[in-house]
Design a protein around this ligand. Structure first.
Ligand code: PMV
Length: 312
């Protein structure tokens, strides 16, 4: 047996995320609650003569262009270490579960490690932010911040600044959600852009709703810290109603929201950009029997604990 082992490739993980409360209004400076998923993106770095990215065959030409540009920004921020970076993911893509933020964080972690630099969450977030701007144009920053911190946070984009502020929320009880895929959707950029046009035309009405969603996010944070899941669920239901009022729901999303409520969800809502599809979350005391039932009937879903004490 050959005992001389190959050096292990460097790896970096970036968690996917769900927005519990406050998507879209977070773009306009109001607070949002978001938590990390156990699923995400893993980046691997192997020694190479120059810093480069392995682009998967399956990508379209446009996706390759964006990914290359995003990688270029991270490479520059990390001093271009001599590695070739490839990616693996177990996260459903383009579903509002933060796949680009997760990829940015995974890539930032592995490039910083390869360059022998600090991989503290603030450093990781700084590099990931460079990439996120290529992916999204004007992101609020909530996705990559949640992924870099790997905690349930209340996040607010600082007015006039490109960086946001996050506070970690501790819960005395487990906060568990079931994530259900409702179907393909348009890119975040498209949904955010269409909402921007509506809010520019009818600013007062739309700002009123954003403001109300911001208040719900603050109430949700309080409910998390008090371990009051019933209150948190109610806030989620109201938030979903307001997202629908903003034109961000669809028949496929509504169907899954009502399915989860019929199964006893304390609260259920769309998560992420929404629009014509994407994912829905349901808050439950006990997620396992719900996931079992849904999978038995062929519904694509998984569970995740976002905060609170974990079983040993
Ligand atoms: O890209 P998604 O679906 O994970 O949504 C991101 C959340 C938004 O609030 C819609 C956009 C943003 O930049 O915060």
């Amino acid at each position: 047996m050959n005992t001389k082992s190959e050096p292990e490739p460097l790896t970096g993980f970036g968690a996917g995320k769900v927005i519990l409360l406050g998507e879209h209004s977070v773009v306009y400076g109001y607070p949002a609650l978001a938590g990390p998923l156990s699923r995400g993106v893993t980046a691997r770095a192997e020694p190479a003569n120059k810093c480069q990215i392995h682009l998967p065959e399956a990508l379209t030409q446009e996706q390759r262009k964006v990914l290359k540009a995003a990688f270029g920004r991270a490479m520059e921020a990390c001093g271009a270490p001599g590695v070739k970076v490839s990616f693996d993911t177990n996260l459903p893509l383009s579903m509002g579960l933060g796949s680009s933020g997760a990829l940015s964080v995974a890539c930032a972690r592995v490039l910083l490690k390869a360059a022998g630099k600090s991989t503290k969450p603030a450093e990781v977030a700084r590099v990931a932010w460079e990439m996120e701007q290529e992916f999204h144009g004007t992101p609020s920053g909530v996705d990559h911040t949640t992924s870099a911190l790997e905690e349930l946070i209340i996040y607010r984009r600082k007015p006039g600044s490109e960086h946001g502020r996050a506070r970690v929320l501790e819960s005395p009880v487990p906060v568990r959600v079931v994530v259900v895929m409702a179907g393909p959707r348009s890119p975040t950029r498209t949904t955010v852009g269409a909402l921007r046009e509506r809010q520019a035309r009818w600013a007062e009405r739309y700002q009123r709703i954003f403001r109300e969603i911001g208040m719900l996010a603050n109430e949700g944070a309080e409910a998390v810290e008090e371990g009051d899941l019933e209150a948190l669920g109610d806030v989620m239901n109201v938030n979903h109603g307001l997202l629908a009022a903003l034109g961000l729901s669809s028949p496929s999303l509504e169907k899954k929201v009502h399915l989860l409520r019929d199964m006893g969800a304390l609260g259920a809502k769309l998560t992420g950009a929404g629009g014509d599809g994407g994912a829905v979350i349901g808050l439950f005391h006990d997620t396992a029997p719900v996931v079992y039932e849904l999978m038995r009937s062929g519904v694509d879903c998984f569970e995740s604990q976002l905060a609170g004490p974990r079983a040993e």
